[in-house]
Design a protein around this ligand. Structure first.
Ligand code: ADP
Ligand code: MG
Length: 353
């Protein structure tokens, strides 16, 4: 019963712009647990945030408390959007980007935390993940609108304003400096994961630990549904018609999938993704999508984007270098051909089914 309801709900969501297209979620447990435990019901809430749909699922004893907690979780996402959005010209991020190059700008705890994590992944991936990629992302957004390949001089000037070495963070004082003119930060590859983590933490703090938050291709999973060992997650990275799919059973992890199922432009028969390789300035063309399972969604989100840029082999090498952080990677091929997952599973990943 849960299964078909969830599928139809997600189908209807997919028609919305940048809707949930990458993950279909099936929930294993029914709401009855043994003996003296209270009977928990499953509640689901969906709201548009951060240019996509955020979905909160939680198990609770009664609807009023469930709704109040979900409302608070969505409010937290909205507050983070006001900080991290590259669409809202008044976001803290955009105000930072308007400062003249070289200005020392004190920023909020949230913005600093996301930038710090971004730079850590940039360092570990030799800049494959790079939040200074904003000028190039905008150029490719324009290409998606016009259907034309960006001009060489435009590509060159956008590349000149890109590079994680041009972003300086001062740890003690939470001060950020954009060192070169024309820089534009873009947190599209990490902000949704962080927001999902934060929303999930808020639910747990309100007593709803059996919960999960999904934001398009990014998921933050808490305690499993009652009577189950984990959330059952089906990953369909190229849409339901494609043979490429995987099912995972997990709790207490972040799971993210990066791919081009929704945002891409086709020019002269080549499909360019909205993920840009900062080293070339070109949208990715490999027929791949990457799922990463990590301890938190901020990690899975940034690493799935990074691994998409790196491709199978380079991603393998980068993941091997990150010995202290468990990261489990599944590369999906558009043709559905199986690949061998790699990396180290975090404790909450029970098994790929
Ligand atoms: P989605 O937004 O579809 O979930 P991702 O998490 O992979 O997918 O994020 C893609 C977004 O990240 C792009 O839309 C853009 O805003 C940003 N981005 C593109 N290329 C890079 C890159 N090389 N490094 C960091 N962020 C990127
Ligand atoms: Mg990402």
């Amino acid at each position: 019963m849960f299964l078909s309801k969830t599928v139809s709900r997600l189908r209807s969501l997919r028609r919305k712009p940048e809707g949930i297209g990458i993950l279909l979620l099936f929930f294993g447990g029914l709401g009855v647990v043994n003996g003296a435990d209270p009977v928990l019901e499953r509640y689901e809430f969906v709201r548009p945030h951060m240019g996509t749909l955020f979905q909160v699922v939680l198990f609770a004893e009664e609807p009023k408390a469930a709704r109040a907690a979900a409302d608070e979780a969505f409010a937290r996402v909205e507050a983070l959007n006001a900080c991290l959005s590259d669409y809202d010209p008044e976001s803290e991020l955009m105000r930072l980007c308007r400062q003249p190059a070289g200005t020392l700008v004190p920023v909020s705890v949230s913005l600093f935390a996301v930038l710090t994590q971004s730079q850590a992944v940039a360092d570990l991936t030799d800049g494959a993940f790079d939040v200074t990629v904003g000028p190039l992302v905008r150029l490719w957004r324009e290409a998606r609108r016009s259907g034309r390949f960006p001009r060489a001089d435009q590509l060159e000037s956008c590349r000149a304003a890109t590079g994680h070495d041009k972003l300086r963070l001062e740890n003690g004082s939470r001060v950020v400096t954009l060192k070169s003119p024309g820089m534009q930060l873009d947190l599209g590859g990490i902000a949704k994961g962080h927001a999902a983590d934060e929303a999930l933490s808020l639910l747990a703090a309100r007593g709803f630990s059996r919960a999960m938050v999904a934001a398009s291709g990014d998921l933050a999973l808490g305690d499993p549904p009652p009577g189950t060992t984990g959330w059952k997650v089906e990953i369909v990275p190229f849409g339901r018609k494609s043979p490429a799919r995987r099912t995972l059973l997990a709790s207490h992890v972040g799971i993210s999938t990066s791919g081009d199922v929704e945002q891409y432009v086709e020019i002269d028969g080549v499909r360019y993704s909205h993920i840009v390789d900062p080293r070339t300035g070109i949208g990715l063309t490999a027929p791949l999508a990457v799922t990463v399972v990590a301890r938190r969604a901020i990690l899975s989100d940034s690493w799935s984007t990074a691994c998409s840029v790196l491709g199978d082999e380079e991603a393998r090498r980068a993941i091997e270098r990150v010995s202290e952080e468990p990261l489990f990677v599944i590369v999906h091929r558009r043709d559905g051909e199986a690949t061998v997952p790699f990396g180290r599973p975090p404790p909450g990943l029970h098994f790929p089914l």
